[in-house]
Design a protein around this ligand. Structure first.
Ligand code: PLP
Length: 410
């Protein structure tokens, strides 16, 4: 049977895409990527290797999530080079069909040791981990209700949406509001409270012990995203739950391998039953090629290093404090962050972009503008994330540059 070739529809697809992109540009929300090369051994220095003559050839990045500079750790690099030579590149399949190696099993074992939890499961990213865990549990626990902090990350929101279950949004970091909402619901239906430990855009920290107490009172499961905490908080860097001594009281801890661990991938640690349930029913785990062994081996090596990296953790937090103080002293509007994240409020998308561009092109400091929908409109900001290898000179240099731009230029 042949196909008719005349066109009866009126939709102009190209025009639709063009006009949507035009609106984004007019709002100052169009994302412009900064092309950078991180040179091993020189992080946080980056080089620009493109052809734009207005770009500096070398600059300092202030917005990398390689929080602990593990991307250039010599032990990790050696393990990865050896693994690559030993097993080659990709995993070769999904976890169920050819994609589980001894490296995957070893990483999951290491994660259980790190978080002191019975079982662990690795996903292809933190985003996929959140989506898969919440959508699987929310859909399959009969009549489940998910209580979600209003500032939760997009991956959690998407997971809850996909679960199709009922949801309640509680005010950000507000245990009283959570208590109010949960108290109104049927005590017998399954419940999950989903929140983050460190919120990466404001740098504030959840009232974890209060949330645990509410969860116990109302027989709810707790799910905490520690993506911006693992590697940096707690005696062995296992996160804020470790720091507070409550890892055993939270049901599910979710983390990433892509930030402080310096690789890519995501994971969960929980009871053997919860992990086996997500392993068995979670489509985002089952139907995708598993992480390459070289990445997995690198993650295991990195976690082993991080568990003993107490001095680097101390330096990271000292640098964050020094950066906040340098900004305060220059009357730069830092949000009251309780973590290593240092957000500077700008409050306008176009201005935020222009300040970021001037900071980079004129002063060789890189801090990407954070715009809607990552943050609410009118709260656009620059987000600084110091590492243990940022120096005092860099801290004062970026504070002076930002002060100058805010006062005199923009
Ligand atoms: N959870 C939070 C709070 C995040 O900020 C992010 C990413 O930025 C993710 C999850 C996703 O993690 P990943 O980058 O490993 O996909």
């Amino acid at each position: 049977m042949g196909f008719l070739v005349y066109n009866t529809g009126t939709m102009d697809y190209q025009d639709f895409f063009k006009s949507a992109l035009h609106t984004l540009k007019a709002d100052g929300r169009y994302r412009i990527f900064t092309e950078l090369c991180r040179t091993k051994g020189h992080f946080p220095y980056c080089t620009y290797e493109g052809s734009d003559p207005t770009m500096p050839k070398q600059f300092v990045t202030w917005c990398s999530n390689d929080y602990m500079a593990m991307g250039q750790n010599e032990t990790v690099l050696r393990v990865m080079a050896e693994t690559l030579q030993h097993v080659g590149t990709g995993a070769g399949g999904t976890r169920n069909i050819g994609g589980t190696s001894a490296y995957h099993t070893a990483l999951e074992h290491q994660l259980t040791l790190w978080h002191k939890k019975p079982s662990a499961l690795v996903f292809t990213s933190g985003w996929i981990a959140n989506l898969t865990i919440l959508s699987t549990l929310g859909a399959r626990l009969p009549n489940c209700i998910i209580y979600s902090d209003s500032m939760n990350h997009n991956s959690m929101i998407e997971g809850i949406r996909r679960s199709g279950c009922e949801k309640r949004i509680f005010k950000h970091n507000d245990a009283t509001d959570l208590q109010r909402l949960i108290g109104q619901d049927n005590p017998d239906v399954p419940k999950i409270i989903a929140f983050e430990s460190v919120y990466s855009m404001d740098g504030d920290i959840a009232p974890i012990t209060d949330i645990i107490a509410i969860a116990k009172k109302y027989n709810a499961l707790t799910f905490v995203d520690e993506v911006h905490a693992v590697g940096m908080y707690g005696d062995t860097g296992a996160g804020v739950c470790e720091q507070l001594g409550v890892s055993d009281q939270v049901d599910i801890i979710q983390g990433t391998l892509g930030k402080a661990v310096g690789q890519v991938g995501g994971y969960m640690v929980a009871s053997a039953e919860i992990v086996d349930f997500v392993r068995s029913f979670g489509n985002g785990f089952i139907f995708t090629t598993s992480l390459p062994p070289v990445v997995v081996a690198g993650a295991t090596a990195s976690i082993k290093v991080l568990m003993h990296a107490r001095q680097q953790r101390t330096q990271l937090h000292a640098n964050a404090t020094a950066l906040k103080q340098a900004f305060y002293r220059r009357n730069i509007g830092v949000l009251p962050s309780k973590s290593h994240i240092v957000p500077v409020m700008i409050g306008n998308a176009n201005r935020c972009r222009d300040i970021s561009q001037t900071l980079l092109r004129k002063y060789s400091y890189h801090a990407q503008p954070i715009n809607y929908p990552t943050v609410a409109k009118g709260t656009e900001r620059l987000r600084f994330s110091p590492s243990p290898v940022h120096t005092t000179d860099m801290i004062h240099g970026v504070a002076d540059a930002l002060q100058h731009i805010l006062k005199n230029v923009l």
